[in-house]
Design a protein around this ligand. Structure first.
Ligand code: GSH
Length: 207
């Protein structure tokens, strides 16, 4: 049994979606970020950065934080969504998500959605980064159905961020390949289920 500490956010959803895709039995535990539950002494023991997601795999007595490490752990453990043939291609896109897509779009949430009007410079800068990211993703998806040859942890890591396109002030119709990929993946039962496993219910946004 795996305990998943999560919240209804892109990084948390990556892992609930992965666990649903794997049809693994797991126990979702809600960490309410608004109530600052990520800073409790108890949670600090398993999350040195005081962030979700974290998993505790009781089968192996293994604790893992950082969503990229968790996706790799689960992909290796269950031998799915990270095939040998495309290994490095998948890894590249997963790292691109962790290093650029998540951090930059996370800044867009801060400046465009939660704190508009506070810094024109930061708003323009993050809008530019968001457009750059969507352009890169659109180009990749113009050549193939998924980020690699098959649906993989690359798609699972990127999709929950694109589900926040409204917060990035992005019109998905301007990125037709991302739009096609996003809508196609939105229909997967694991995405629908994994989107809402803790906290309040949210509808998956559709343009
Ligand atoms: N690099 C980390 C980022 C995790 C992260 O930023 N989690 C956010 C929610 S999406 C969080 O826990 N924020 C709470 C806080 O910063 O206090 C990962 O990929 O797991």
């Amino acid at each position: 049994m795996i305990d998943l500490y999560s919240s209804p956010s892109p990084n948390g959803r990556k892992i609930s979606i992965m666990l649903e895709e794997l049809s693994v039995e797991y126990n979702p535990i809600f960490i309410n970020l608004e109530k600052k539950e990520q800073f409790t002494e108890e949670f600090s023991k398993i999350s040195p950065s005081n962030k979700i997601p974290v998993i505790v795999d009781k089968d192996n007595d293994q604790v893992i934080f950082e969503s990229g490490a968790i996706l790799l752990y689960l992909a290796k453990k269950y031998n799915k969504f990270l095939n040998e043939k495309d290994y490095w291609e998948i890894i590249q896109w997963v790292f691109f998500q962790m290093a650029y897509v998540g951090p930059m779009l996370g800044q867009a949430h801060q400046y465009l959605f939660y704190n508009p009007g506070k810094s024109k410079y930061a708003e323009e800068k993050t809008k530019g980064y968001a457009k750059h990211i969507y352009k890169i993703l659109d180009k990749r998806l113009s050549k193939q159905e998924f980020f690699s040859n098959e649906y993989s942890i690359a798609d699972i890591s990127i999709w929950p961020w694109i589900a926040r396109f409204e917060r990035h002030q992005i019109n998905l119709n301007h990125y037709p390949n991302v739009l096609r990929w996003y809508l196609q993946i939105s229909e997967r039962p694991a995405i629908i289920k994994g989107y809402n496993v803790v906290g309040d219910f949210f509808k998956i946004p559709k343009p």
